[in-house]
Structures are given as structure tokens and as C-alpha cells.
Design a protein around this ligand. Structure first.
Ligand code: FAD
Length: 398
């Protein structure tokens, strides 16, 4: 058992006993809980906040499947059907939107051609300038060389998805989500069960998944240090779409191609990096991935910058937002965008591996996506983690 002090509400008897206990009601925790519930297990989720307000509501809502590579790509693809399935069950918004990569130079287009040739027919369609213009709802093709359409990508509305999933889960047999309940310590419980001490007493379960996002460094500092985890802070903004345009796919640009593995492996990727370094150093300086998605109400979610540190200052640099907005405005062919909101999101980042899954004690597993693609991986990762730790029957009651 970790050292911890329980508060006055804690008792020796567990307040709940369940097949599976999940700590954290972000998308990673809820994906584990939802798949386990569907497999017939009793499930409880505890979340320290009154509702989840972490990375899972601050992002683009883009299941960026196609741009992944290797095992991570397989995991992203495995999660795709679950996204659609739970959207139907829980009633949250999800669309098979695909993603549009806009190329403004020949080098960018060449990377997209190479990428298309490396994938099965139809998965990555190379587009002419006119097709890109039409998908962006623009009037002209100025500055557009061409692009690509990534057919398998999905989009959800990040503001509402995890809330809807938690509400749905709470309404299912043998499932509960307990908000305002903070996990304080982890150890052995009755028999072979794991035990989690919380701000509202102890919980016991046959299996615990700890899915606390970037707070992994607070709860497990030694493990976080071993996995070289830092916090990546991203600046985001929202704005109404120009002229009420509807843009169905997630929209990516050259700076996106520098960040996703599937593109950086292409033969022309080094030339692309050199080109962006020469043409847009101000974007590389802020670690930009100039991209946007559109919420169902028409609002554009615009971003993003990346800065890495062990602790993140809360201050948003106006200069960073300006650069991102100017770049997005160029893609949309408008003079400016009228910002409605700005915010910071944080995720755990590691150069060791894109995902940290570690059995830290008997029946207790830590899960953190350490690469900024947690929406994309959530259900595929949960499927793999549950399959690796089979719990066959609903043995416990709450
Ligand atoms: C700006 C931004 C844009 C992004 N865009 C995308 C994108 O488009 N596509 C994509 O795939 N990924 C994207 N990501 C990454 C993605 O959002 C994250 O990888 C993912 O949301 C992580 O989910 P999570 O459940 O691990 O973390 P979170 O959503 O942060 O949830 C963790 C939860 O654990 C709770 N918690 C923490 N400690 C405790 C405790 N002790 N007890 C109980 N509860 C606790 C927290 O309150 C929180 O609700 C983006 C991230 C950011 C910040």
C-alpha cells in the first residue's frame, strides 16, 4: 500500500466492491469501463472532479487513425468500430468525417502522394486543388496546391462526448460513475482483490485501471521519471466558422505532417521539414500543428501549439495564439477569425513510448497515453488491456 493519510470519511470496510474499478472519467478511463460493462462485468468509475474537465474535453475530437503507424495504427483502427458503436448507444455525436490534409506546396503534395501509395487503395485519396477548395467551402484555390483525404478518420464533439458516455454508463446495470471522489492510495484488498483508498472511503475490485491522464506524474513520480514523462501544454482557441461554412473533415496542414508518424516516414518528409523551417520558422518555434475541426454548432476548434515542461505555467501567450490563427486564416482564405474562447490543454508526453501500460501491483494497472493521441487510441487501447487481463464473470455486487 502506498503511504497516504485517509480523511475523516474513510472507513476500513469498502464502500463498494466491483469486478472492475477505473480511476479517472476521461476518455481512457471511460473506454475501459464501457467495454468492460458490455462484456458483462460490474464496473465502477471514480473521478476526482464533479465532472471530467481534463484533456478529453479540451481537444479537437479527432480520431486521427490514418496518420498513425505500426502497432499504434492497428490500435487506432481497432477502436474505430467502438467509437461508432458507443456513439449510437450513448447518444453522443460522432461522424465518419475523414480528414483533409491541405497541401500548399509541391513538396507537401509529394509527401501526400507517397503516403497514398504506401496505403491500401482508397484509404488516402490524393486531391486536386479544386477538390480541396470545395471541401473547405472556400471560393478560390489561391495558395492550394492539392491535398489528401484520409477516409478512415472520425470526429466526435470533445465538449460533450465524455459527459454523455459517463451518463450512459451510470444508467447501465452493474455500472456506476462516482464523481468528486479522489483516489489517494493503491494496494492489496480482501482475498486477491485490489484496494483503492479514496476521499470517500475504500473501494475493492478484481482489477483496477488507473487512467488519470497527465496526473500520472503526481501519483507515481518514480514511474513517470522512468518513462521520462513531461507535461505537454497546448494552446487552443475557438471561433465561428467564416460565413457559416460547414467543413466536415478534420483539417490538417504541413505542420501536422511533421508531427504524425505515418507522414514523417515518407521519403520526402526531410525535404518538407526543411521547407517549413525556411518558410514558417515562427510555427516550428511554438511546436505548431496547425489544424482545426468543426463542432456540431458550427464553431471551429483551432490549434495548436506544444510546449514541454515538468510543470506547466497557466499563462497563455497571445503571440502563440496569433500565429496559429493567422495560419488557420490562410487555409480558410479569410483575413481573420473572431476568437470566442481560448484555453490550455495538457497531456502526458514521453519520448520513450506513445503509451504507458504498467501492472504496478497485483490486479492494478496504470494506463496513460503519453503521445497526445488519447482520443484516437482510447477504445483500441482499452480493448487490448482488457483482453490481456481477462475477468470472466460478474462476481461482485455493489
Ligand atoms: C489541446 C489538445 C488537443 C488534443 N487533440 C487530440 C485529438 O484531436 N485527437 C486525439 O486522439 N487526442 C488528442 N489529444 C490528446 C487527448 O486529449 C488525450 O490523450 C486524452 O484526452 C487523455 O485522456 P485521459 O482520460 O487519459 O485523460 P483526461 O481526459 O485528462 O482524464 C483523466 C481524468 O482523471 C482524473 N483524475 C486525475 N487524478 C485523479 C485521482 N487521483 N482520482 C480520481 N480521478 C483522478 C482527472 O480529473 C481527469 O478527469 C489532445 C490533447 C489536448 C490537450
Amino acid at each position: 500500500m502506498n503511504n497516504f493519510e485517509t480523511n475523516s470519511e474513510a472507513t476500513a470496510e469498502p464502500v463498494a466492491t466491483t469486478d472492475l474499478l477505473v480511476v479517472g472519467a476521461g476518455i481512457i478511463g471511460l473506454a475501459h469501463a464501457a467495454l468492460a460493462q458490455q462484456a458483462g462485468l460490474s464496473v465502477t468509475v471514480i473521478e476526482r472532479d464533479h465532472r471530467a474537465v481534463g484533456a478529453s474535453i479540451r481537444n479537437f475530437g479527432h480520431a486521427c487513425i490514418t496518420a498513425q503507424h505500426g502497432e499504434i495504427y492497428d490500435m487506432a483502427q481497432a477502436g474505430r468500430r467502438h467509437w461508432l458503436d458507443f456513439a449510437a448507444k450513448a447518444g453522443f455525436w460522432a461522424i465518419e468525417s475523414g480528414a483533409l490534409v491541405v497541401a500548399s506546396t509541391e513538396t507537401e503534395l509529394q509527401v501526400l502522394r507517397e503516403f497514398s501509395a504506401s496505403r491500401p487503395e482508397g484509404q488516402v485519396g490524393v486531391l486536386g486543388a479544386e477538390e480541396v477548395r470545395a471541401r473547405l467551402g472556400r471560393e478560390n484555390t489561391d495558395g492550394i496546391r492539392g491535398g489528401a483525404f484520409l477516409a478512415d478518420d472520425l470526429r466526435v464533439d470533445p465538449r460533450t462526448t465524455v459527459g454523455s458516455l459517463a451518463t450512459w454508463l451510470n444508467g447501465q446495470d452493474d455500472a456506476a460513475v462516482h464523481f468528486n471522489t479522489t483516489a489517494l492510495g493503491f494496494g492489496a484488498g480482501t482475498g486477491r482483490k485490489a484496494r483503492v483508498e479514496t476521499s470517500r472511503g475504500a473501494y475493492e475490485a478484481d482489477q483496477v485501471f488507473i487512467c488519470v491522464g497527465h496526473d500520472v506524474d503526481h501519483l507515481f513520480p518514480a514511474l513517470a521519471a522512468e518513462h521520462r514523462i513531461t507535461r505537454c501544454a497546448l494552446q487552443m482557441a475557438s471561433a465561428p466558422a467564416p460565413e457559416s461554412t460547414t467543413i466536415v473533415p478534420a483539417v490538417l496542414t504541413a505542420t501536422s505532417m511533421l508531427r504524425y508518424d505515418a507522414f514523417t516516414r515518407m521519403p520526402s518528409a526531410p525535404a518538407l521539414r526543411a521547407e517549413v523551417e525556411a518558410a514558417s520558422p515562427e510555427l516550428l518555434e511554438i511546436g505548431a500543428n496547425v489544424m482545426f475541426t468543426q463542432r456540431p454548432d458550427g464553431t471551429l476548434l483551432l490549434g495548436d501549439s506544444h510546449s514541454y515542461d515538468l510543470a506547466q505555467p497557466p499563462f497563455l501567450a497571445e503571440n502563440t495564439t496569433d500565429r496559429l490563427l493567422r495560419a488557420a486564416a490562410r487555409v480558410l482564405d479569410v483575413d481573420s477569425l473572431a476568437v470566442a474562447e481560448r484555453w490550455q490543454g495538457i497531456y502526458a508526453s514521453s519520448d520513450v513510448a506513445p503509451v504507458l501500460v504498467r501492472d504496478i501491483a497485483e490486479a492494478i494497472t496504470l494506463v496513460s497515453v503519453t503521445s497526445g493521441i488519447g482520443m484516437t487510441l482510447s477504445f483500441g487501447l482499452a480493448e487490448a488491456n482488457l483482453a490481456a487481463r481477462p475477468l470472466t464473470t460478474a462476481t461482485t455486487t455493489r
